[in-house]
Design a protein around this ligand. Structure first.
Ligand code: ATP
Length: 281
């Protein structure tokens, strides 16, 4: 076997608390993250010509060594001391710079795919450690479970399986720089860090934790984010939140039909990216 095609899913955050800032500048976080079935498709091929190529036809995604998938392949080949050639093709379905973790998921998928193709038998733990050097969200996509993420995002605890839920993703397409969001954030002394329930047995329990500190930066600068939240609520969403550093907003629905009715309503007078997806356990 020298070619593998894998799906790289997006994620949403039900909770994103910024708990502090480390001396090296990284923020410490407390997040609840779940994968959803909106996926990039990654085809990885081994070749006898040394070097790594990455091609992706989507706007805003770099080809070659600036692509995080390239960095993932380089790091794994160095770890394995392999000089084999690798070609990677990315078919992008996850909106770029959207708060949905697309680049991190692509990188995680390349690490897992090359581990298999090269028969390296590296454990998930080792792949997660390698992934963390590429980006704080990369280990989560190797972990493959709904998780509480702490530290800079790399300390993962599996959460009990949550009830299935339909998620409407709405991305208004405004450009939000993740670096700008964290730079602009005012850290406060939070007193409510213990509000997390022990179990997530109902969608209502998930809704009760919905909170994203980064909205305090993005909503004043991009009021469209608050507009989408209130529109989705009016259209029957049980809960709504901005995912990651935005600008994607998600609405939670108990049925596909309810989410689709809301999606069609939003699409009728906007050109925003909208899709109804299902949560992955
Ligand atoms: P983050 O919060 O880390 O910015 P995100 O989910 O909001 O993550 P991504 O879609 O991962 O955003 O893209 C962030 C940036 O990374 C983009 O501006 C893009 O130019 C760059 N990038 C590099 N490789 C990729 C990739 N494979 N897919 C998407 N973006 C990539």
């Amino acid at each position: 076997m020298n070619t593998l095609t894998l799906s790289a899913p997006a994620k949403i955050n039900y909770l994103l608390d910024v708990t502090g800032k480390r001396p090296d500048g990284y923020h410490t976080l407390r997040m609840i993250m779940q994968r959803v079935n909106l996926c990039d498709e990654i085809t990885i091929s081994l070749t006898d010509n040394p070097g790594i190529t990455v091609s992706c036809s989507s706007k805003g995604v770099p080809n070659g060594s600036d692509n995080i998938a390239w960095k993932a392949a380089r790091t794994l080949l160095d770890h394995a001391r392999s000089e084999i050639g690798v070609n990677i093709e990315i078919s992008k379905n996850i909106p770029v710079a959207a708060g949905l973790g697309g680049g991190s998921s692509d990188a995680a998928t390349v690490l897992m795919g090359l581990n298999e193709l090269l028969q390296l038998s590296l454990t998930d733990q080792t792949l997660m450690e390698i992934g963390c050097t590429l980006g704080a969200d990369v280990p989560f996509f190797i972990f493959k479970h709904t998780a509480l993420a702490e530290g800079i995002g790399e300390k993962l605890t599996r959460l009990p399986d949550m009830p299935k839920c339909w998620i409407l993703l709405v991305n208004p397409g405004v450009h939000v720089s993740t670096a700008w969001v964290y730079r602009s954030l005012q850290l406060t002394n939070r007193g409510d860090l213990n509000r997390m329930p022990q179990l997530f047995e109902s969608i209502e329990q998930i809704v009760s934790v919905l909170s994203n500190d980064l909205e305090s930066v993005t909503i004043p600068a991009f009021p469209v984010i608050a507009d989408i939240k209130s529109r989705l609520k009016n259209l029957g969403a049980i809960g709504t939140l901005m995912s990651g550093s935005g600008p994607t907003v998600f609405g939670m629905f108990k049925s596909f039909e309810a989410a689709e009715i809301a999606r069609q309503d939003v699409s009728k007078d906007t050109d925003w990216f909208t899709v109804t997806v299902e949560t992955l356990i």
